[in-house]
Write a protein that binds this ligand. Sequence first.
Ligand code: PLP
Length: 409
Amino acid sequence: MLRINEHFQKLPGSYLFAETARRTKVYQQEHPEQEVIRLGIGDVTQPLVPAVIRAMHAAVDEMGQRETFRGYGPDFGYDFLVNAIRQGDYAARGIDLAFDEVFISDGAKSDVGNIQELFAPDAVIAVTDPVYPVYVDSNAMAGRAGDWTGERWDCLVYLPCNEENSFVPPVPDRPVDVIYLCYPNNPTGTVLTKDQLKVFVDWARENKALIVYDAAYKAYISTPGIPLSIYEVEGAREVAIECCSFSKTAGFTGTRCAYTVIPHEVKALTSKGETVELNAMWKRRMATKFNGVGYPVQRAAEAVYSAEGQAQIKAVIAGYMENARIIREGLTARGFRVFGGMDAPYIWLKTPVGIDSWTFFDKLLNECQVVGTPGAGFGPSGEGYFRLTAFNSKAKTEEAIQRLDWMKM
Ligand code: PLP
């Protein structure tokens, strides 16, 4: 009989969101008269903007006509979308990308999860802590994380981010092959300046490491000087892959479209010491395992870059960021220490002294009927912190913050 990949057996259950959902359900069953407000959701709630819908409708109509019907598309994305990305997200900021350095996909989750297929089985992986779990779990499934100790993976290198270091991760204190960075950060909502990011790019160049840069939330950046792309940093083309998504930029979480940039300069070694372009490997991998994103979806994504589309998505993001402001200011006024939420839809708060993140979850649910996400679920350094998101409606966000007055301290 088939033997399984036993690295899967080492994975702890996907405990975090299952457990917050379970506790919320139990509370609602016991208190059916209470309305619970969810500030735990990491999903957008506003509909697709009109420019996107119009483009998608037109493309669907094309698919219904023999003359304009399209079958399989290009493996790495249609020219019109690749060029819209090169122009709108890069050339407009002085970054020149070759056409074949951009790969269209169905999600940043797929790309950040799949990219590790290119790495040696014994590659050493560093992640910031707390962390978006996909980087960790995808490497754990491939056997690179070692064993789960109940709190951490014994072969991963954790780069702690906390109030003491202002959520700026230290560079690894030992050799690593890959560093996953996510900015604006999920879950902390914090960002890195260009100088802070440069420290990582310089380290990666000196130590021959690769940076996988997840910029899924870049559209939320409004502070001048905060880089929207790692390629704004000199030298990054040699060492960084960048993963971006239309999910949080334009409400595509249920529509599915994203892209990954792999510059030709990014290289790695074979066991014989020859250098290989990761771009060529990713092409091979995508051509074998992926058949492209649907034509109407790529047309919809293209419309994000039209003047109308840009104005419309910016208005939606401004609405979410107004919620972030309400949460940040409301928490600060009530004496909480608050981080993030300036250039990201996530607010990371310090739980009151002596209250761990799961106890805070229970207090918030039981005393205020508000749901968030305990920081401990994102990694050992998340203990003592709590994540709230800006994706609910303004009215519900305001009500949730007012309810904090009911909390017994
Ligand atoms: N990267 C980060 C940091 C995320 O938080 C998320 C979704 O929450 C994703 C990637 C997933 O993006 P996509 O919807 O494009 O798969």
